[in-house]
Design a protein around this ligand. Structure first.
Ligand code: PMP
Length: 446
């Protein structure tokens, strides 16, 4: 049977002459952190990227439907981004906040212009973990309170503090880390107590936040932190009204509300620029990373002038945060998203994929749930729709088969049972159809 074909694309990859994948694997085993993991049985090596595609060392092309790791929002090596960064690299690579530099100031202004309400003060860091660390510190410094409410099934980072807020045993070491952190139940309409047929589900899940405040804290909290759509947890979309009610409970207890937009921000959800807008709330602090810089080490925390003032009690310094090169890159990314109308494209192509996934669900019983917004989508695989037993091995198998056909996907959920789709926001209809065709074949071959 003829394999699905990748849409035509005009780019000739350079001939690769570096070490083989086997040699790199050998080096990696010898000299790199043994805690890292590889996605495929035969590890893949990619040596070139252009827009939504990657090339392996043999020159074979793949559709990157994971988008780096939800990082490459505007496309691999987008020419406008590359150009701006190259110019800045040739001019001044490093400078910090002890001197003035136009890039960081102008980029902060541009990023603040994208934010609603009073969210106008930016801090720049190098990663999502750092951004969330800083947000939690800020909330504690501002409120004078200690306790933090996070969610089960969340991922907020690998630093000690953010590991504490992460709600998944796979990422938590058995060391002291959860100081003052309490995890509310996951507002998951598929696996949780209340489903999509319950219009009050959001309110009911949020009641657990109030319950935690009443029974696990002094009654006063520093913060509530949540992703707007849980990413690593397997693309869990909260029921309408969840964040609104949760925020009310938290604010009544003196706490600030932190939205982790590391995966959901920058137009990816399609209908909105920020993921929290899909829940109709305005947070007190917003954290960003990954797609903010299209894959460069850039993270940000944006808050109000009043909250920011609390962090002026001491010197707050970050050596690389906001350096001229990443600010140039972040700024170019914001421009490309607007110029190429990538948010609207996320909505259009995201809906096409979502519709196709819905059809695959009626064909393949292994798909227990289809969900997501824009180009942040997932399907949860189960051995049985009644028991919802996670189909972990099958999920891995589907990913292998898709990879063999030229499609790279992501994985999420506690058991690795959810396939995730978060391609660069420049994907087109043919890419969407290719993805669905390949996935259909892979599911059919189980
Ligand atoms: N928040 C979310 C929602 C994330 O998905 C991640 C990374 N997977 C982080 C924070 C941490 O980001 P980093 O790996 O850049 O520290």
């Amino acid at each position: 049977m003829k394999l699905p074909e990748l849409p035509p694309f005009d780019h000739e990859p350079k001939k690769y002459s570096g070490p083989s994948a086997d040699e790199v694997l050998h080096l990696r085993k010898q000299f790199l952190n043994p805690g890292i993991f590889l996605y495929y049985k035969k590890p893949m090596m990619f040596v070139e990227g252009k827009m939504q595609y990657l090339w392996d060392e043999q020159g074979r092309r793949y559709l990157d439907a994971l988008g780096g790791i939800v990082t490459v929002n505007v496309g691999h090596c987008h020419p406008d981004v590359v150009d701006v960064v190259r110019k800045q690299n040739e001019t001044l690579q490093h400078s910090t906040t002890i001197y003035l530099h136009p890039n960081v100031a102008q980029y902060a202004q541009k990023l603040a212009a994208k934010m609603p309400g009073d969210l106008k003060v930016c801090y720049f860091v190098n990663s999502g973990s750092e951004a969330n660390d800083l947000a939690l510190l800020m909330a504690r410094a501002y409120t004078g309170n200690y306790d933090v409410i996070a969610l089960r099934n969340a991922y907020h980072g690998g630093s000690t503090l953010t590991m504490g807020t992460t709600g998944n045993r796979g990422w938590k070491f058995n060391v002291p880390h959860s100081f003052g952190v309490h995890h509310a139940i996951t507002p998951d309409p598929y696996r949780g107590l209340w489903g999509r047929d319950d219009v009050d589900a959001g309110k009911k899940y949020a009641a657990d936040v109030k319950n935690l405040i009443d029974f696990a804290t002094s009654g006063q909290v520093a913060a509530f932190i949540a992703e707007s759509i849980q990413g690593v947890g397997g693309c869990v979309v909260f029921p309408d009204g969840y964040l609104k009610h949760a925020y009310e409970h938290v604010r009544a207890a003196g706490g600030l509300c932190i939205a982790d937009e590391v995966q959901a921000g920058f137009g990816r959800t399609g209908a909105h620029y920020w993921g929290f807008e899909t829940q109709d709330v305005i947070p007190d602090i917003v954290t960003m990373a990954k797609g903010i810089g299209n894959g460069c080490p850039l993270g940000a925390v944006v808050t109000t002038p009043k909250i920011a003032a609390a962090l002026a009690q001491r010197t707050h310094f970050n050596t690389f945060g906001g350096n001229p090169v990443v600010c140039a890159q972040g700024s170019a990314v914001l421009d490309v998203i607007d110029r190429e109308k990538l948010q609207a494209n996320s909505l259009k192509i995201g809906n096409r994929i979502l519709g196709g996934l819905g059809k695959l669900k009626s064909k393949h019983n292994i798909i227990g749930d289809v969900r997501g917004k824009g180009l942040l989508l997932g399907i949860e695989l189960v051995k049985d729709r009644q028991s919802k037993e996670p189909a972990r091995e099958e999920c891995g198998q589907v990913m292998e088969t898709c990879k063999d056909m030229g499609l790279l996907l992501g994985k999420g959920g506690l058991w690795g049972q959810t396939i995730r789709f978060s391609p660069p926001m420049c994907v087109n209809e043919q890419d969407a159809d290719f993805l669905l065709e390949v996935l259909d074949r892979a599911l059919g071959s189980l």
